[in-house]
Design a protein around this ligand. Structure first.
Ligand code: PGA
Length: 259
C-alpha cells in the first residue's frame, strides 16, 4: 500500500439527469462490496443542480461528493456563479478548480488561485488541475507550463488554511491532449510529470509535498488504470467519461485501492 491514500474522483461534466444519476448513485452506494473503502477515497462531482441529490444519496456512505467549479469571488453581483460559502452550506467537501475545460473558456491562473483561497476560507478540499496542450508538449514546454500553473497557486497554498493541508489539497495532472480523446498518457509520461510537480511543490516551499496526492486524468479506463496507478507518484485519478459508467468507474476505484 502507498504512503498516500489514493483518491479517485469522477468528473461528470455537464452530463446526467435525475434518473440516470439515480442509477449511478445506486451503484455507488453498493461500492463497498467491490471497493475496499479503507484503501481509497472516492469522490463524485455532478453538475451543481444535482449536488443536493448527491448529498441525499451519498450522505450516509463513504463516497464523498464535490462541485466541478466555484466562483473566485466571495459573494456579490456575479450572476450565475456559485460561491464557496454556498457550497460549504450544502455540506460540499470537494471542489475541482482549474480544469482545462474552464481554462479554455478563459479562466486564468490568477482566478484559479483566488478559487483556492475561497475554498480554503470555507475548509473545502480542492482538486487543482494542471496540464499542457499538445502544442505545448510538442514544443518541449510541458515543464514550463506545469511550473507556471503550479507557481500561480503556490503562494495561496503556502498562506495556509484547511484546503492547503496535504489531505485536502489534491493536484491533478491532466494533459489536455489526453482528455476525452482516448489517448492516455503512458505510465512513464504521467510519472515524469507527477514527479516534476511534486518536486516543484517542494521547491516552492510546500513542506508536505511528499503527502500531496497527485491524480492523473485523461482517458483513464478500467483497462489502463492499474498500470497508471502503479507508478510511484500517481496517487489515483480524475475520471471523466468513464465515471459515467458505474462498472467502469468502480473498477477504476478498485484498481486504485489495490495499487
Ligand atoms: P476523460 O476526462 O476521463 O473523459 O478523459 C478527464 C477529465 O476531464 O477530468
Amino acid at each position: 500500500m502507498k504512503v498516500r491514500k489514493p483518491l479517485v474522483a469522477g468528473n461528470w461534466k455537464m452530463n446526467g439527469d435525475i434518473a440516470s444519476n439515480e442509477q449511478l448513485f445506486t451503484a455507488l452506494r453498493a461500492a463497498p462490496e467491490r471497493v475496499p473503502a479503507a484503501q481509497v477515497e472516492v469522490v463524485v462531482c455532478p453538475p451543481y443542480p444535482y449536488l443536493g441529490q448527491a448529498a441525499a444519496w451519498l450522505g450516509d456512505t463513504g463516497v464523498a461528493w464535490g462541485a466541478q467549479d466555484v466562483s473566485a469571488h466571495p459573494n456579490g453581483a456575479h450572476t450565475g456563479e456559485v460561491s464557496a460559502s454556498m457550497l460549504a452550506d450544502l455540506g460540499c467537501r470537494w471542489v475541482v478548480i482549474g480544469h482545462s475545460e474552464r481554462r479554455q473558456a478563459g479562466e486564468t491562473d490568477e482566478q484559479v488561485a483566488a478559487k483556492l483561497a475561497r475554498c480554503a476560507a470555507h475548509e473545502i478540499g480542492v482538486i487543482a488541475c494542471v496540464g499542457e496542450t499538445l502544442a505545448e508538449r510538442e514544443a518541449g514546454a510541458t515543464e514550463t507550463v506545469l511550473a507556471r500553473q503550479l507557481d500561480a497557486i503556490a503562494s495561496t497554498l503556502l498562506a495556509g488554511g484547511a484546503s492547503a493541508a496535504p489531505g485536502r489539497f489534491v493536484l491533478a495532472y491532466e494533459p489536455v491532449w489526453a482528455i476525452g480523446t482516448g489517448r492516455t498518457a503512458s505510465p512513464d509520461t504521467a510519472q515524469a510529470a507527477h514527479r516534476f510537480l511534486r518536486e516543484r511543490l517542494a521547491v516552492r516551499g510546500y513542506r508536505e509535498s511528499g503527502y500531496v496526492r497527485i491524480l492523473y486524468g485523461g482517458s483513464v479506463k478500467a483497462n489502463n488504470a492499474a498500470a497508471l496507478f502503479a507508478m510511484p507518484d500517481v496517487d489515483g485519478g480524475l475520471i471523466g467519461g468513464a465515471s459515467l459508467v458505474a462498472d467502469e468507474f468502480l473498477d477504476i476505484c478498485r484498481a486504485a485501492a489495490l495499487a
